[in-house]
Ligand binder design. Structure first.
Ligand code: DP6
Length: 333
């Protein structure tokens, strides 16, 4: 009844922004991501009749049962799991991560992927990867992609019950060993509007939303072709365009959501300036102010040199393609 899993964050290249079913976390569109090798979450869970209530400890901090984290994000997911497993037992969850929470660095994706795999092991649910991805999706949509390593597609699916909305691996981590994602932290403050609230508001109020949906399939096709051919120019171009389109949706939501700060904008310009000078580098930004720059290993040195010229960057993390979720024998408690 006790198990531990490790999952890595994934960064979307073609973004998920909008649900068609908020209860089942069914997306309006398919998305594509790269699972990283360094932004990880390790989670140990134990279901026990000794636990009088659920216990949640994240990075050594105890989250009470009246916290937003538990009530809004975790409790509905745990209840789904208990129903699936036919148990009433309470769970103890201890989780350690090296990601800043709520800053647009996919902490929930890695968190729910690790939790799903740990629960699957602890309760002996026997779910395969596809089934785990369907379950993880219902904790946080993007978590379904962190079940797999390398390049991953989350297929939108068509069915109302969500049984065809899961992630699939496009290419494993070692398919394109030279690709890098340079993650520039511009702020570690927690964001004001969560992805969940933001995307729900966008679907309801952005006049651009129908246009977004019309162009997604083309972006997915281009990104898949680029990955297949290891074509950094094409992958970077389509990712950057798709990111700007998503931010246009956010900005035209009512009230407008602006996740960028002045350093985010400075990095956008810096990336483009370096590109004009011949460097193949392309940015992507999620629901937060951090800028992730896609490039290849050979251009890394020049890129970092350029980024360092932008003042106020808190930290730079260089990510490579990483593995999918894994079970570990080393428990956290
Ligand atoms: C901008 O997966 O965090 O990072 O499903 O409501 O938990 P919920 O949202 P979440 O949204 C991620 C949004 C994004 C784009 C992406 O990862 O595809």
């Amino acid at each position: 009844m006790k198990a531990t899993a490790i999952a890595n964050a994934n960064i979307a290249l073609i973004k998920y922004w909008g649900k068609r079913d908020e209860n089942l976390f069914l997306p309006q569109n398919s998305s594509i991501s790269l699972t990283t090798d360094c932004l990880s979450v390790k989670t140990t869970v134990e279901f026990s009749s000794r636990n009088k209530k659920d216990i949640l400890i994240l990075n050594n901090r105890n989250y009470p049962l009246n916290s937003k984290e538990y009530k809004k994000y975790l409790k509905p997911f745990l209840n789904k799991i208990r129903k699936l497993a036919g148990t009433k037992r309470k769970i103890k969850i201890v989780s350690q991560s090296n990601l800043p929470k709520g800053a647009g660095l996919a902490s929930s994706a890695a968190g729910f992927a690790a939790l799903t795999a740990a629960v699957n092991e602890a309760l002996g649910l026997g779910l395969n990867k596809r089934e785990m991805s369907i379950l993880a999706r219902q904790g946080s949509g993007s978590a379904c992609r962190s079940i797999y390593g390398g390049f991953v597609e989350w297929q939108r699916g068509k069915k109302d019950d969500g049984s065809d909305s899961f992630a699939l691996q496009i290419a494993p981590a070692d398919y394109w060993p030279d690709i890098r994602m340079v993650i520039c932290l511009t702020s570690i403050k927690e964001k004001k509007v969560s992805s969940r609230e933001g995307m729900a508001q966008t679907v309801k109020t952005s006049p651009f939303y129908p246009c977004w949906l019309k162009t997604i399939d083309k972006d997915i096709k281009s990104a898949k072709r680029a990955i297949k051919n290891r074509d950094i120019s094409l992958l970077g171009k389509v990712s950057e365009e798709n990111c700007l389109k998503m931010h246009a949706l956010m900005i035209t939501t009512k009230p407008g959501i602006i996740y960028w700060n002045e350093k985010t904008i400075a990095l956008i310009h810096k990336t483009r300036e370096l590109r004009e000078r011949g460097l193949k580098c392309y940015f992507t930004i999620d629901a937060g102010p951090q800028v992730k720059i896609l490039c290849e290993k050979k251009d890394l040195k020049e890129l970092i040199k350029g980024i360092k010229k932008v003042s106020g960057i808190k930290n730079v993390i260089i990510a490579r393609p990483g593995p999918g979720v894994k079970i570990s024998k080393n428990h956290l408690f």
